[in-house]
Design a protein around this ligand. Structure first.
Ligand code: ADP
Ligand code: MG
Length: 571
């Protein structure tokens, strides 16, 4: 290891020289209170910034063990520190100076969710922050004085203010970590309570806007209040006893007038697979971790999916047990989205009429009379929703204001009136007696069998011609994968750019488990297992701070949207 003095000396010697000479600084430097690893240095001032790690030994950092002695607490603490480092960067970094990314210091910006982030590592030996730095230049020449200021003034200050226990707000850190642990605890209790979700009384569900996930604060905001019949009480390890709405397993319908908060509630359930930061309003809104938001997604590709439970007898005898298309319709895409989710273990489906294909959801009596079953390939979801629960134990929460035919198949009907939920199951059942639907069930006796698929390795190619692997995350919506682009815009439970970044590399990583025998579910499980054992770093050749945890379900979603994916149906 070299000393900080060595770094300063080498740096100043490089002043005014060509940018490439920065490469000689790669190495490990002892800054007495911490160690700086310069892992990767950018080739020019406009390239992705250089990667460094800052490691503070626990002897000096002094974090109490009980802040990271369980997976849940460790994730909470790491998430908290990532936020503190970001705040410290804003405070102590002068920001850009010179051309390109010169002078910028970055840590990926966390949003409303508490998630495992590779930007912070903590264990009994050390706490480590992984940053990116734009090594400064003027006209492609090394600006050594500027670099000196970054390494010897800004970094020490920001490290001092974010990675030492003694400098942090004790109450705030514990609250963050405890909140994360409580949310995990809540979610872990759902199964034994027979619930698929819990929404705490007092929760604040609506968001600031369609593009701003922070809590709504303008105007009148109605806090959540459970209907008495659904209220359950749960004791949390830290925040004491809590009451809220328990959504039971089975088929739940959320109805109510337009603009009365149906989609907002469903969206909160979809986000309830993640934990939220204190102050978010959804800290104690949790959903079964295998809940999947399902929607129509016309135009997507489908590779050999058995959509026959929903769609059969296509014109010209196209098979639907192993159905492929480069351009799915609304209904076929929604059917495929469901089957693919089941394939990798989904336990709850969350469906909103706003983003569903109408002909997939319902076929009413009059339409049945006009277009007979043998002329309609689609078996609507209404005729499969109960069988899905009966045969596979998969629950559905469905937002639907448009069709009362669903009253027949629901276990529970919740009506939102001015954002306030009411249990109207009894009334809905009364109505089914009073006004029987004349529609004929079309779903048969069983949901239908699922045919596992075997993904093939040669369908996964992230290379661009002879050039090296190119995998790039572009915001939340897409991954550049070789010549392909994986469109994630309909995969709604991807919430962080770092997840997209990790998913791109995980699609490639998954290839090594594709041996022509393992099924999709087995391949995905392998990746999840490795990540659990070795952390997010397993996805990359070198450690960096840009990954954020994702669920196996989203990895499957990304793979399924790679347009070159090739599968075989398992015999
Ligand atoms: P629906 O799906 O029933 O048509 P939405 O869930 O889209 O209704 O909600 C309509 C509007 O009401 C949205 O702008 C949303 O932000 C707002 N909203 C939802 N829930 C609440 C609430 N509890 N308090 C205040 N505003 C809310
Ligand atoms: Mg809606």
């Amino acid at each position: 290891m070299s000393s900080a003095v060595d770094l300063r000396r080498s740096l100043l010697r490089l002043d005014g020289r060509g940018y490439k000479n920065y490469q000689s600084l790669k190495g490990i430097y002892d800054f007495s209170d911490f160690t700086v690893f310069i892992d990767h240095i950018q080739g020019d001032p406009f390239a992705p910034p250089s990667r460094i790690r800052i490691r503070v030994p626990q002897k000096k950092a002094g974090f109490p063990k009980n802040l990271y002695d369980s997976p849940s607490r460790e994730v909470g603490l790491r998430d908290y520190l990532a936020r503190q480092v970001e705040i410290a960067i804003k405070k102590y970094s002068q920001g850009r100076r010179g051309i390109g990314k010169s002078g910028l210091i970055y840590i990926p910006s966390p949003g409303q969710e508490i998630l495992e982030r590779s930007s912070i590592i903590i264990n009994q030996e050390f706490v480590e922050a992984r940053l990116a730095i734009g090594f400064p230049a003027y006209g492609r020449r090394i600006a050594a004085r500027q670099a000196e200021a970054i390494f010897f003034e800004e970094l020490p200050r920001l490290v001092d203010n974010s990675l030492f226990w003694s400098r942090l707000n004790t109450r705030e850190v514990f609250n963050h970590v405890n909140t994360n642990e409580d949310a995990d605890y809540l979610r872990s209790r759902l199964d034994e309570l027979g619930l698929v979700a819990f929404v705490a009384d007092g929760a604040l569900l609506p968001r600031a806007s369609g593009v701003d996930p922070r809590p709504l604060s303008k105007g009148k905001v109605v806090l959540f209040e459970s209907p008495p019949s659904l209220r359950v009480k749960i004791d949390l390890p830290h925040h004491g006893s809590l009451t809220g709405m328990g959504l039971p397993r089975g088929v739940t319908l959320i109805v109510g007038g337009g603009y009365h908060g149906k989609s907002t509630l469903l969206q909160a359930l979809a986000m309830g697979v993640y934990n939220h930061i204190p102050g978010d309003g959804r800290e104690f809104v949790v959903t079964n971790s295998k809940a999947v938001k399902i929607r129509a997604e016309d135009g997507r590709r489908i590779e050999r999916v058995n959509i026959s439970p929903f769609i059969s007898n296509l014109p010209f005898e196209q098979t639907t047990e192993s159905f492929s298309t480069d351009d799915a319709s609304g209904s076929t895409s929604q059917a495929a989205n469901i089957i693919e989710a089941l394939e990798v273990g989904a336990e709850v489906l969350l469906i909103d009429e706003d983003t569903s294909a109408t002909n997939f959801m319902i076929r009413d009596h009059r339409m049945q009379e006009l277009v007979s079953k043998d002329k309609e390939p689609i078996t609507p979801f209404i005729d499969k929703i109960r069988l899905l629960f009966k045969d596979y134990g998969v629950s559905t929460v469905l937002v639907l204001g448009g069709s009362g035919d669903y009253f027949d198949v629901a276990d529970l009907v919740i009506c939102l009136v001015e954002y306030c939920p009411h249990d109207v199951t009894a009334q809905a059942k009364e109505i089914t007696q009073k006004y029987p639907t004349a529609r004929k069930p079309e779903g048969g006796q069983s949901f239908g069998h699922l045919i596992p698929r075997i993904p093939l390795p040669h369908g996964i190619d992230p290379q661009r011609g002879k050039k090296r692997v190119k995998i790039k995350a572009d915001g939340l919506e897409s991954i550049v994968f070789g010549y392909q682009e994986i469109d994630l815009s309909a995969v709604e439970q991807v919430v962080d750019k770092g997840q997209v970044r990790a998913l791109g590399d995980a699609v490639f990583y998954a290839r090594k488990f594709m041996d022509g025998e393992r099924t999709m579910a087995e391949v995905i499980a392998k990746v999840a297992e490795e990540m659990k054992e070795k952390g997010l770093d397993v996805l990359s050749l070198f450690p960096h701070g840009e990954y954020v945890f994702f669920r196996p379900l989203e990895l499957a979603a990304a793979l399924n949207r790679l347009r070159t994916l090739l599968c075989q149906s398992k015999k």
